[in-house]
Design a protein around this ligand. Sequence first.
Ligand code: SF4
Length: 190
Amino acid sequence: MYESWETLKNECTKCTKCDLCKERTNVVFGEGNPKSEVMFIGEGPGEQEDLQGKPFVGRSGKLLDKMLGEIGLSRNKNIYIGNIVKCRPPKNRDPLPEEQELCINWLRNQVLLLKPKIIVAVGRIAAMKIIDPNIKITKQHGTFYLKKKTWMMPTIHPAAILRNPNQKPLVEQDFINLKEKIKEICTNTY
Ligand code: SF4
């Protein structure tokens, strides 16, 4: 456990614990306000994220930013965004269970420093890893679960909305639920 964000980031960006380090351009550590009460967690970097070293900056990231903006959230202001694995899986495949397991301690350390009141798991892989390995995202998205004193909500990945725009209203409703929960339990977000 590292006690400062700076040390944690320095150590994480040198990590070679799994084979994903071999093809990465950048370690995508995470981005946002380190005092946020709300944390978003995706599965891992894609091509643009790997090139820029930032989470959710490709097409789906831009959609996520837009939808966050509609409920008054921004990585530049009041949320933090991270990933289960910090290096891009080749050809955007799902991160393997062993890669997730080797990487998860970086995320755990981020959560310990941030102490978020709410965690939003973005997409099936993140929801399975941090909420419930048996989760059915199509049925359970938008629902809050209390785990170790932190409220957790799975939502559908923005990449899925780009593939199937019919799902956008479902995610918009998830974000309305999120806004309500923030108003209920957070004191510094809005
Ligand atoms: S994915 Fe995680 S565990 Fe693997 S090399 Fe990158 S930072 Fe290390």
